[in-house]
Design a protein around this ligand. Structure first.
Ligand SMILES: Cc1cc2nc3c(=O)[nH]c(=O)nc-3n(C[C@H](O)[C@H](O)[C@H](O)COP(=O)(O)OP(=O)(O)OC[C@H]3O[C@@H](n4cnc5c(N)ncnc54)[C@H](O)[C@@H]3O)c2cc1C
Length: 417
């Protein structure tokens, strides 16, 4: 059992030369059988395991990760959390998630470095202004605060923006969600892993799922690079690799996998104290606690599993960022990377049953599932424990691609799909 993290345990550690800290979670080896298996040790898989143990008292659970936990999109994203969606179904889902985030550091006893510094979306045209006023009004009708901003109000909140009338990307106004912000991505994965492990969940790294076991038309476990593991219920939370796993299980998903990239600059003193998004260009940025500017890009719009991202998209995003913030032009870039995101045609997630009895899935978060880790875990755990959809997840079933009841959040997903 690891110590509780607190000022007292720091003091205790200091008095004993910090020799007694135990690993935050147990790196387990696979057992032959579990009650529930979760494929994918990203934020959604780990949160699902934690809520299975915490909310449903199901602790004979394993999370199976082919690499290391948080090494997928969870550790590659630009860490923005928000709940500024258009439709009531999405507003309920994402705001529930943000509310869970607001109490998560205490709940997990792990500092996830949530910083509700607010986010500002920029309107560059009359059309953007109209779309944003519709968007902000929809949010208010869904009970989520939103503020429409004039050009001067944007100027007061976002230091360094080029607001001259001759700018290539003129800023006419925008809107803000004050409760939005950032959280430390790997702390979210590690916090859920530690809390789940303390409740008895096995976290198995370096173990790739290579197939699904079926018996009597139901899922009966998985085959892996470390042997077969049996379970009557299995959840998939594998983001960009969801359709690969679905194919192994024998069904198809309406998911296309694309590379999404991000970059960080060298660290500088505090220059930007809010999150800024320019949906029209696909550029968005914030400043990390280390001082780096964290810049997100648009999708590389061709299907790919290569975690790199193309130079053309990178160049376009740097150009847009410098049009908005000319003063950043002398900054050196330190790193660039990409993750493989799972994009669904209506830009909304899929959470619930699959055509294989006993097999459930959480995917389709595309470019925006970091903010949804708490609710994605909460609702997948509910489905795995009860066999039924959680009310928040009901509109987000795979079946909507047959019924046609799509929830088109392409505009609010933030990055052009
Ligand atoms: C550059 C970038 C920026 C982003 N910015 C934001 C943002 O600012 N805000 C936001 O809300 N979202 C953002 N996202 C999206 C967000 O990161 C993802 O939606 C979210 O992290 C998905 O979490 P996950 O747990 O489903 O997937 P992942 O973290 O990718 O975890 C899935 C895991 O499944 C494992 N896996 C795959 N196949 C197998 C197998 N066969 N066997 C075992 N394990 C397997 C993978 O190794 C991986 O670790 C961004 C994504 C990227 C790439």
């Amino acid at each position: 059992m690891s110590w509780n993290y607190s000022a007292l345990s720091l003091l205790r550690g200091a008095l004993s030369g910090h020799r007694h800290w135990s690993p935050a979670w147990r790196d387990a080896s696979p057992k032959p059988r579990y009650d529930v298996l979760i494929v994918g040790g990203g934020g959604h898989g780990l949160a699902s395991a934690y809520y299975l143990a915490k909310n449903h008292r199901i602790t004979n659970v394993a999370v199976i990760e082919r690499g290391w936990i948080g090494g997928g999109n969870t550790g590659r994203n630009t860490t923005i959390v928000r709940s500024n969606y258009l439709y009531p179904e999405s507003a309920r889902l994402y705001d529930f998630s943000l509310r869970l985030y607001e109490g998560l550091a205490q709940e997990l006893n792990f500092n996830i470095m949530l910083s509700q510094r607010g986010l500002v979306l920029l309107a560059h045209s009359r059309h953007d202004l109209d779309a944003m006023s519709r968007w902000a009004n929809a949010m208010r009708m869904n009970g989520i605060e939103a503020e429409l901003l004039s050009r001067d109000e944007v100027a007061a909140r976002v230091a360094g923006l080029d607001l001259s009338p001759h700018a290539r990307l003129p800023v006419l106004g925008g809107f803000a969600q004050r409760r939005g912000g950032t959280a430390r991505h790997d702390a979210v994965a590690w916090g859920y892993a530690r809390a789940a492990s303390r409740l008895g969940v096995d976290i198995i790294q370096n173990c790739e799922v290579t197939g699904f076991l079926e018996e009597g038309g139901r899922v009966a476990g998985v085959s892996t690079s470390r042997g077969s593991i049996r379970a009557e219920r299995v959840g998939i939370a594998a983001a960009g690799h969801s359709s690969v796993l679905a194919k192994l299980a024998g069904f198809r998903l309406p998911v296309t996998s694309y590379a999404l990239q991000a970059l960080v600059s060298e660290p500088v003193k505090p220059v930007l104290d809010t999150v800024v998004l320019s949906p029209g260009t696909g550029a968005y940025l914030s400043q990390s606690d280390k001082g780096e500017l964290v810049i997100g890009a648009a999708l590389d719009l061709f299907p790919s599993y290569a975690q790199r991202g193309s130079f053309a998209v990178e160049q376009a995003i740097i150009a847009a960022t410098l049009e908005l913030f000319p003063a950043y032009s002398r900054l050196a870039l330190l790193r660039q990377w990409a993750g493989i995101v799972d994009v669904v045609h209506d830009s909304s997630p899929i959470i619930g049953a699959t055509p294989i009895p006993g097999l459930f899935i959480n995917c389709g978060w595309g470019t925006g599932g970091f903010k949804a880790i708490p609710v994605g875990g909460w609702t997948l755990a509910h489905a795995l424990a009860t066999g039924r959809s959680h009310p928040l997840a009901e509109p987000f079933q795979l079946e909507r691609f047959i019924s046609g009841r799509l929830i088109d959040e392409a505009a609010a997903s933030g990055i052009a799909h």
